[in-house]
Ligand binder design. Structure first.
Ligand code: G3P
Ligand code: CA
Length: 273
């Protein structure tokens, strides 16, 4: 590992689905562990239940994390609460339950941030507004984001003071290179009034990409970075945050003058990336 990142460029490292390498993703145990490990923020995935509650779960179906098939959107909160979403990760986590958005927000310490990824349509937004109103967070602590530009745009209209990001991945086009380009991303951000983009850490994110978005005062947040060398590359470009499955560990490596050699990501962790 080379020299540490200068202090002024110190990273904001966000725990992807909580401390997802060490605890069952999107559970209160994973979020609380992320705070203990020193993450600057947490990221979680949120969906609306049949009875209008907001719950924290990545997949539309409960099979992967609860071992039992069922659509989140067709279940009530009480039904979802019966499920054990901890055992798949290991015996110490047996009995972990799907948390509500309110419960997740209540874990956020002063000065830390929560990235709320909406995994369903805009019907969730009034309940989101209510949950945020009841959470007592300071301005800037909560950020909402979605791969669905319509959801990000509507969130921004409903909650203009809330920071809102559009999420996108990159795909190699048949002719025109990787898409969306910085120009295309910017067009979408302007159209929906988003504050920035959350995108996969990809070689297409380079100096020119950064400059194009910075010129329009847009933020750039990257997921999912579990590798020190990669993290350094993007921090040197000046991204706003990195989301990681091992945020505490990554932050420690980046902050240390002479940390250990880069570690191979834990491929056996079981969460989809
Ligand atoms: O931060 C965005 C990132 O979490 C999107 O990917 O599939 O892990 O929700 P996913
Ligand atoms: Ca997510």
């Amino acid at each position: 590992m080379g020299a540490a990142i200068p202090t002024r460029a110190m990273p904001t490292v966000i725990a992807h689905r909580g401390a997802a390498d060490d605890a069952p993703e999107n559970t209160l145990a994973a979020f609380k562990l992320a705070w203990q490990q020193g993450a600057d923020g947490i990221e979680g995935d949120f969906r609306l239940t049949r009875d209008g509650e907001i719950v924290c779960i990545h997949d539309a179906d409960t099979r992967r994390t609860a071992g039992q098939a069922g659509q989140v959107a067709e279940a009530t909160l009480a039904e979802l609460r019966q499920l054990d979403v901890g055992s798949w990760k290991g015996e110490p986590w047996r009995g972990a339950r799907i948390p509500t958005l309110g419960e997740v927000l209540a874990t956020v310490p002063e000065g830390k941030r929560v990235f709320i990824e909406i995994k369903c349509g805009p019907r969730i937004l009034p309940a989101l507004k209510e949950a945020l109103a009841g959470a007592g967070l300071q301005p800037g602590q909560a950020i909402v984001m979605s791969f669905d530009a319509r959801v990000t745009g509507e969130a921004k209209r409903l909650l203009p003071r809330l920071k809102a990001l559009w999420l996108t991945d990159f795909k190699a086009g048949p002719e025109a290179g990787v898409r969306p380009s910085a120009k295309e991303i910017l067009q979408t951000l302007e159209k929906i009034g988003a504050d920035g983009v959350g995108c996969r850490a990809h070689p297409v994110v380079d100096q020119a990409f950064m400059q194009a978005l910075r010129a329009a005062q847009k933020e750039i947040h990257l997921w999912t970075v579990d590798d020190v060398a990669l993290a350094k590359r993007y921090l040197q470009l000046g991204v706003d945050s990195l989301t990681s499955n091992r945020a505490g560990w990554l932050k420690r490596q980046l902050c240390s003058e002479a940390g250990p050699p880069n570690r191979t990501p834990n491929r056996a962790s079981g969460h989809s990336r």
